[in-house]
Design a protein around this ligand. Sequence first.
Ligand SMILES: [Zn+2]
Length: 431
Amino acid sequence: MDELERLREENARLRSQLEKERKSKDREERGYEERGYEERGLDLEEYRRYGRQLIMDQIGINGQLRLKKSKVLVIGAGGLGCPAIAYLAGAGVGTIGIVDNDTVDESNLHRQILHNTSTVGMSKAESAQQFIRSLNRHVNVQLYKTRLTPTNSFEIFQSNGGYDLVLDCTDTPATRYLVNDTAVLLNIPLVSASALKTEGQLSILNFKGGPCYRCLFPLPPPPDSVLSCGDGGILGPVVGIMGIMQSLEAIKILTGAYDEEGKFSPALTIFNAYGTPQWRHIRMRGKKSTCVACGDSPQLSRESIENGSTDYVAFCGRPTVVAINPSERISVEEYAQLRSSGQEHVLLDVREKSQFDICSLPGSVNVPYSKLRKTPLPDLKEPVYVCCRYGNDSQATVQYLKQELNLSKVFDIKGGLDRWAIDIDASFPRY
Ligand SMILES: [Zn+2]
């Protein structure tokens, strides 16, 4: 069999050689001119692949060759990073670096379009690489399966001979400031976007004398106001639109749309899916002279970042964690026993109404945590058991009811309804 296989391969090789010689003879006979189309950097398959954008004045052959030479670093292969990466890879960006240490979760799939049901549990960076490989083999993919930290950010930005452009597709304030500061100190332009619920923002930063992220947002949002998608909710197309906008601006920057003097003016673009109009465009001034990163007397340096004296976690703060007394908490098992014993009690569910509508325990009373202080409460006949999704808001509620309303028999159900679904009732939805 091996011999047969070898002969088949030999035969195929000879045939292909013969075919090549025949074609070249044809060309000679018909007088075709050798123009070296492949030598200038694109192979014939790439001409076909990129044809529809190649014939646009804004791109053209020079734009395509610029894309191919470009190296773009995408921080985060999530809701923003996925659509951005898909379009950058499709457009033929030569090198795409991806920084992500997370793994694909089922709850990512409604918006993170590079991942799919079969890559759940896989590293997001690898899942993204798999997608790019099947889309466009001409893209060189570099993976950094790590969290971006003050000790590795400069190294990563400068690896591969240095990236030309960075896309900030993260969702934590501390990382955003780190991405910005590294980009400013290495003089790399940054396309930054964010999205939450039904709204998004986009801006080109550290570009042609324009502002940086710190010029726009000198101070981080208060830590308790930061919702991540875990509890904040996000509509897939909203974050998708913002990620696609990032890829569009990246392509424009890389192909020279802003090269000409006066073509670029800094702006903050705001998208509101349910607003009229949906888009607002706020023009911005140039960089702030007082900015600690890019101003006249910057206070940040590579050294201060790498040695930790610029402390991002302290700067952005930590959300206040309510820790109540262990005697004020019961496990889901204990609560299940209490329910089956028929003991009279009130079950107060403090999740938002949209979550309460998805699923709830029979007999529970819904008062969203966000409305606790603003609405008259129903009659809470003690004992009161408080639950929420994961068991954080419920603890804060227990504290509030005891301290502000002077109730005494109030208990938190540890781990919330998510824990209930895991340990007690497998038919109760986890979302
Ligand atoms: Zn600045």
